[in-house]
Ligand binder design. Structure first.
Ligand SMILES: [Zn+2]
Length: 318
């Protein structure tokens, strides 16, 4: 019998329920929505979570489309899912947890007696620590961003190759291979010997169907590659970046991009121009170095010094 919160699923069964993480301000219980898919045959355990940032909804879209397609009779091993991690942020579509104004993905492995975010991190980390593989579904918040997968344990970590392999199996096509800030699930879980990735499924307000489809395909690829499902999958080469050059507006005004997401960038090329509301040119920003056009602000207006776009750097393929 596999149990997660109020769910319990025997061999060949699926169940959904709640994982208790305390109470709301009015004393109602907070139960994160959870699902367990217990395969009819033994195998590995995969843990998936979504919306640790409360406005990053593509991962919720992935889970919502994925679970009905999973047939426990055909599955080897177990899948544990927390569908919405940032309970309070999700209610109000905010990135951070409004109860303690923290980003949950800086509080792993959490604390049983800590702040609201630390308690959520603790409860979800306990679930993640039961797994052999972990997927923490994110996106580039509401900015526009390519679909990519992040490996956050750092280049010298003993699990780095296994994390890179997991990212390759997820097959977004792009991988960021860079040590993450402390408190990230994808940085902390590898210390427990669990290969972990942080898929960043595009960036949008609400849902982006294309990014969600890539996420669902990515999970199925992993299920096939790690023998949860009886089907062969071959790994495809990924384009890897190891850092970012970030560009800000040199003046206030309206931004026009000269590059599309995923475009190669060469040093000296124009990334974007700025103009007044009347179309009078104000400034132009060129690339400091080579890379790939990775992320861009969504709103056209920007003040002096405000973030405009990022170029992925240190590009290689693996
Ligand atoms: Zn995120």
């Amino acid at each position: 019998m596999m149990i997660l919160g109020t769910t319990s699923a025997g061999r060949g069964e699926k169940d959904t329920g709640r994982l208790n993480v305390g109470e709301t301000r009015d004393g109602s219980p907070i139960g994160l929505p959870v699902a367990v898919i217990n395969g009819s045959r033994s195998g590995k355990t995969l843990y998936i979570q979504a919306a640790s940032d409360g406005n990053e909804l593509n991962g919720v879209g992935v889970v919502q489309r994925l679970v009905p397609q999973l047939d426990p009779e055909r599955l080897s091993g177990t899948i544990l899912i927390v569908g919405i991690v940032n309970y309070h942020g999700f209610q109000v579509a905010e990135h951070r947890n409004p109860i303690d104004d923290r980003k949950i993905n800086r509080t792993y492995p959490g604390s049983e007696r800590g702040s609201s975010s630390e308690r959520v991190a603790h409860a979800t980390f306990e679930a993640a620590a039961r797994a052999d593989l972990v997927l923490d579904l994110h996106q580039g918040s509401t900015s526009r961003m390519i679909d990519e997968t992040r490996v956050r344990c750092g280049p010298r970590h003993r699990l780095r190759d296994e994390c890179l392999e997991l990212a390759k199996a997820f097959d977004c096509g792009y991988v960021l291979d860079r040590k993450g800030p402390s408190g990230q699930l994808a940085r902390v879980a590898p210390n427990e010997g669990i290969p972990t990735i942080d898929p960043e499924l595009g960036g949008c307000k609400g849902w982006d169907e294309e990014s969600i489809r890539k996420g669902v395909d990515g999970v199925f690829n992993i299920l096939k590659y790690y023998d949860f499902l009886e089907s062969h999958v071959s790994l495809e080469p990924q384009t890897r970046a190891t850092g970012f050059d970030q560009y800000a507006a040199p003046a206030g005004g309206l931004v026009s991009f000269e590059k599309n997401l995923g475009d190669p960038v060469f040093a000296g090329e124009t990334l974007f121009t700025m103009a007044t509301p009347f179309g009078e040119p104000k400034d132009e920003v060129t690339a400091d170095g080579d890379g790939i056009f990775w992320r861009a602000r969504r709103l056209p207006q920007a003040a002096t010094g405000e973030y405009v776009c990022s170029v992925g750097t240190g590009i290689s393929h693996y």
